[in-house]
Each structure stands twice: as C-alpha cells, then as structure tokens.
Ligand binder design. Structure first.
Ligand SMILES: [Zn+2]
Length: 214
C-alpha cells in the first residue's frame, strides 16, 4: 500500500466507532439511573402479554437474547433491574419475538444467522488485506457480497429497538418524559453505531478499490 492517505480511512472509521461507543456507554449509564418502577422481567412479560405472546417464557440467562422455540433470556441485571436501560433491553428481546411472528421464522432467522457470522469475517478479511497488502480483491468481494447480509442484521436490530420503544409506550412505561428521553437517547446511540458497522466494510472495500489496491 503506497498511498499513505489510505491509512486515514480505517483510522477515521475507528475514531468514529470509538466516539459512538462512548456515546452509547454514556446513554446507557444515563438510562440505568432513571427508575421505571418495574423490573426488566416484568416489563418483558407485560409487553409479551400486550402482543398476545403470553406463551413465550422469560428467564435468567448469560446473555440478553431471544432464542427461537425457547423464549427470552435476560442477564441478572436486566432481569431484576428496574431502570429505563433494563426495560429497553428486555423490550428489545420481546420485539425479536414479535418480528419472528410477523415475518415467519425461516425468512427472518436464516439470513440473520448468516449475517451475524459473515460480519466479523468480512471485517477481518478487509483489515488483514489492508494491513498485509495481499488478497485485497478477495476481501473486496467478500465484504461487498456480505454487506447486504450485514445490513439485514443491522436493520433487524434497529427495527427491534424501534419496536421496543413502541411496546414500552403501549404498556405505559414511558409516559414520564424523563424516562422516554433516556430510552430514546439509548436507542439512537445504538442505532448510529450499528449503521456504522453495517457500512464500514463496504466503505473500506470501495476505498481500497478506488485507490487501485489489488
Ligand atoms: Zn437484538
């Protein structure tokens, strides 16, 4: 890689990601200090009931996730926490259950699983190619082909956050303006970082291609 300006783009993306990471951490900290009065587990159950999904179980787990056929798992701090941050996270997982019901399991889960797998792979491929100056064209192909899948995952996640806000509104947990603001800030910061992640591999690839790196 002869052109030193090529180095600036990965650095720029890195700095932007760091800034968004700080913004997300700040928003999460802020939201975790706004009490809502009920726990993440109770909020999840309320939201599930409001959607006619009473049969989906909510239990303690090692991660916050919705597992197809198996229900919702929440980490202890989200399960028992009664902050805006906890209920937003819990409602996000309920939103995944709503998405699956709306889109049909297969249509949603197969590209979702592929997209999650492909994302770290294409970032690694582009970075390795950029650092070693070798195999960039392969990395370009990998990252361009994978971009729609990664974008799909990001859109599903952003949609789940948007739906989570709607669910919390519906069950009346965000009537207080302070609570709502904390929840919205958290969701916006997360969305900005996710969108950056979705676009970064494609931006890097196109940049390298334009610079004529092979
Ligand atoms: Zn999610």
């Amino acid at each position: 890689m002869s052109d030193p300006s090529l180095i600036l783009l990965p650095w720029g993306l890195g700095v932007l990601d760091l800034a968004l990471w700080v913004a997300t951490a700040w928003a999460k900290r802020r939201a975790s200090r706004v009490p809502v009065g009920i726990s993440g587990m109770e909020a999840a159950r309320l939201a599930l009931r409001s959607q006619g999904l009473r049969e989906v179980p909510v239990r303690l787990g090692r991660a916050n996730r919705f597992i197809l056929w198996d229900g919702i798992e929440l980490t202890p701090d989200v399960y028992a926490g009664d902050s805006a941050a906890s209920v937003v996270t819990a409602a996000h997982e309920v939103a995944h259950a709503v998405q699956v019901r709306g889109a049909g399991e297969r249509r949603l889960t197969y590209p979702y699983a592929a997209g999650r797998l492909v994302f770290p792979l294409c970032v690694l491929a582009v970075l390795a190619a950029a650092l070693t100056g070798q195999g960039v064209s392969t990395a370009l192909v990998i990252s361009l082909v994978s971009t729609p899948l990664v974008l799909f995952v990001v859109l599903v996640e952003v949609d789940a956050d948007r739906k989570a806000l709607g669910l919390l509104d519906e069950v009346g947990l965000l009537r207080d303006p302070e609570r709502r603001k904390a929840a919205v800030l958290l969701i916006q910061a997360r969305a900005a970082r996710l969108i950056l992640w979705a676009l970064a591999p494609a931006v890097l690839s196109l940049w390298l291609a334009q610079a004529g790196v092979r």
